[in-house]
Write a protein of this length. Sequence first.
Lengths: 513, 721
Amino acid sequence: MTIEMPLAARPDGPGGQGVIKLAVLAVGGQGGGVLTNWIESLARSQDYSAQATSVAGVAQRTGATIYYIEMAPGSVPHPVFSLAPAPGDVDVMIAAEMMEAGRAIMRGFVTPDRTTLIASTHRALAVSEKMVPGDGIASAEEVRAAAGIAARKLVMADMDSAAVRAGSVISASLFGALAGSGALPFPKAAFEDAIRASGKGVEASLRAFAAGFDLAEQGERPEPAPAAETPAEAAGPGKALTAWNGLMARVAQFPAGVQEMAVPGLRKVVDFQDTAYGTEYLDRLQRVLDRDSADQGYELGREAAKHIANAMAYDDVIRVADLKTRSTRFGRIESEMGSQGKLMTLTDYLHPRAEEIAGLLPARLGARVETSPKWMARLDTLFSKGRRIRTDSLRGFAVLYLLGGLRGWRRRSLRHAQEQAHLDQWLAAALGYLPQSYGMAVEVIRCRRLIKGYSDTHARGHSKFDIVMQGATLVAGREDGPQWVARLREAALQDEKGEALDGALRTIRSFAA
Amino acid sequence: MAERSFKAEVEHLRQGAGSSFTGEGILAITKALLENGVGYVGGYQGAPISHLMDVLADAEDLLGELGVRYEANASEAAAAAMLAASVHYPIRGAVTFKGSVGVNVASDALANLASSGVTGGAIIIVGEDYGEGSSIMQERSYAFAMKSQFWLLDPRPNLPSIVKSVGDSFALSEASNTPVMLMVRIRSCHVTGTFECRENQRPPLTVREALSNPQRDFKRVVLPPMSYQHEHDKIENRWPAAEKFILEHGLNERFGPQDGKVGLICLGGMYNSVIRALQRLGLADVSGNTDVPLYVMNVAYPLVQSDLLDFCAGKDAVLMVEEGQPEFIEQQLGNMLFKAGSQTKLEGKGIFPKAGEYTGQVMMDGLDDFFRKYAAHLLPGQVRAPNTPQPEIPDLSQTVPIRPPGFCTGCPERPIFASMKLVEQELGKHQISADIGCHLFAALPPFEIGGQTMGYGLGPASNAAFDGGGEKRAISIIGDGGFWHNGLSTSIGNMVFNKSDSVAIIVDNYYSAATGGQDIPSSRATNASKSTNNPITKALEGAGVKWIRQIDRTYDVTRMRETIREALTTDYDGPKVIVASSECMLNRQRREKPQRNKAVKDGARVEIPRFGVDEDICTGDHACIRLSGCPSLSLKTLDDPLRDDPVAHIDQSCVGCGNCGEVADAAILCPSFYEARVVHNPSGFERWAAGLRSRVISWLQTRRAARRLTFNGTASGRIAP
């Protein structure tokens, strides 16, 4: 499908000469107004008449906003400027975000006959992209491809990072890119003077301007080739290390594609528990691989390596407490907050429920407690409370540290028993589709992705998982069964309540009944 | 304190004759008011003229020097009523508000004002909020001019024309004893340009002086028999006087050749778009010199019949360029041409779409159609038969997400709606009516709360049918702006008097936030010329509300949720009102950030909070985002082959409001959230104690790390060769 192109203008007609039309499409808070002021005063300083417009108000509040500037040489008497851009009639389009570039193209403001498109490739995600339970992030590649076709000249780079590195904001780097693009008939120095004349944060703005200018002239430097992937090196007590090396030797026997998932998988489960747990992981994986097939490129083994590891490293209180007290975590937060060398307090927001406490109990006792409403109510009053734990204080740290140290206990806990049972059931269900339908087995393995989150979200994930697994039995005999399972899974990840999943299931029932 | 300060720009308003002024439309309008000897100004904020109110507020000193009274009116009705000063006194007055909603609110006063007629020039500057970027329903203020018979100016959207129209409006108003509405369109308010200044004028009679010599003319009182006479006066005297003035002073303009087979008639506000379309069709040059006769109505109402018929005479066809509907002008023009027995064909709607803004493309397509039909010879060959191949650009409509405006980072209203969503998860869906203000963004994802908006301050009133109660109680939302605008009487008073068994939540963010953070009676700031710090709860008590809950920190989601639950489940069957108060974050940051930076610089102890997500604990289910939508709470794709879904991530723009942590706690979402507070300039003891703690903690960490396997290298590693 294509969008209808506007009526061709007359670039050489009496009206086509002289006026430069420039639009800025930005998200509220990006400084589109500042950029517009710079461009306008730049034009006036170069003896151009200029006019700018915007729709104020919305700009402040995170919405997509358009600013529009027209200019003509001072020699033109009383030019009549338009107050809004028209499709097919924009010379320079500045998009301050990747999807805004897409929006500009969609609205016809970027056309091959005339438009220089200057776009920042960074993403500011829209709410609709973020709230999807799965991965709802829009495809930047499609926008990039369309930009390549639609723009006469294209300047595309991450202008946001460039600005942040310079200690400024994106309006300055985009202004630099505008200068570097050569789309306006003004010298670089005039651009810089416009920044200086505005008098606010001049030095930082000029640095970001220079970065944007370079990006426009030289393009984005290719990312330094990722350092040759370092192998997963382990360190630790001798006995554990020997065991680890033994496990790695086992993985080395796996097909290459499986190894790619089995190495991080192994690492995840060993990090979660210990090397004995790693052995269990590889045993499980081996059972899958025994029934896998080279003809299928070991797809099943690869998916199993990934999802068994995720299933084995479930999110219990012990894991959360362990992760929260590691020195690597403290380091990561410090670098994220830019607080190295500074004093920092750290408060964790935790809210344990009776279920988590029961899960910590020995399996049989825990199971009894969990089925007793009286006991659960008792646990609820005792433990279920929002807790703000000061992990930087000795007391707070000690509580979490002790909890995180319960790894030795974990295997005896109710939660562990539940997780193991669920895991085995799921794996058995998947392998049950072999040898008749390899595809079904792969897709059912992948359904493990549905189980995530904590408390209610986790419960919802479980129920969605169950629904998809049931749906899978309905289409098991069909040639397109695997596609239907995949469709069900994607539907389950589309919304929180599972409306899309219900719809997909109804479709299946309509033909499978 | 308004969001945007015009203190610097306002100094330019002092410029005198001989200098030229470069700036925005709203500043030009203010300058023109001063140059025309205005005696009093007022209005009510609202896009697109919010900034005009801000300019006036920032110019209060200058206004005072000139003896001009400035009033920040309580509503548009109050603003329009203020023009009463021009009924009996020869004082020029101007008020401003947005159209068409503000005009709706003001219509009672406007109708009475129009009936009385005026002695001093009275103008209403209306920011017509129509088309792309509009935040209201699609109506035209034009209808009000017709029904009340006051005059409507719609000048060409450039600064000299806008400035001239202010003077014309005053003069026209005085010449015809009729109030004049000066309409500026959504983009004209902020259009930039240059005009030549004149000297500011003191009003010949100030409002203070008028008080010393009260005047009254019974002929202007709206009471029978005078009100019957007013109708005749409008038709027999005021209207002809207006037409005469418009003709004699050439308020409407003509461009292009005198004669032609076809002609265009457009409103002043559409002029630039028409010229642009003509330029693109090759029928006008950059300066607007055109080959097509063009009649520009800077006065949209009344139409000057003789002038229009003269323009149409001898033409095969004319095209009326009139945006919005109904097409009032086209209908009047058709009536004139028909009654005059004219042969000229009138085109308008039909060639143009009946509904929607005349964007650049619509305008060009419309003119192109018209010329092809009636004057194809005018079009250059290349336009008639374009031969450039049309490139195919991939369709992105399925890719690009919509991006409506929403709550800002750290907005105090977000936790209110998160709480409501949580209560609804417990108690089920409720009937919820919304109001006008930022809180209306709750109707969008992720909250999707609130069904109808009946008008400013009318949230609780629009639930009146449900006041009798039922199995579940109705909930209404109203902002502090709406509360003081209209809500106290129309909504709260209505609830009390009718013993409403429903719940109202007043979102108190200390400002009229949606319109740009102007002060209102309950604002917490001190304002030299306005009375602030009048608590909403006191007003509620005074109005007779017995069940009032004041929440001073909306971010306390647990308490917020409990209070809403209580309101919905209590046995009390009268009106229940929750006042949820926390300062608008946009304004708070603007106020506090400079202070905080200065304090850090001066060596004072300052804690700066920010939130974060532990990426290895977050499972990527995004439940937190479905209860937030905060711009700073976004997603991050991890470099981990085991993870399919991106995890939550809080970026640098976080202001540390605490909503995500509170929600994660109240909704028992997950343990991923943490708050980090960087302490600037800690005391010596604090540093020593922290050092001690960190040594113990790191000893424990090292101890545990030494007893387990730890890993280096990338997660996606392969086996070492």
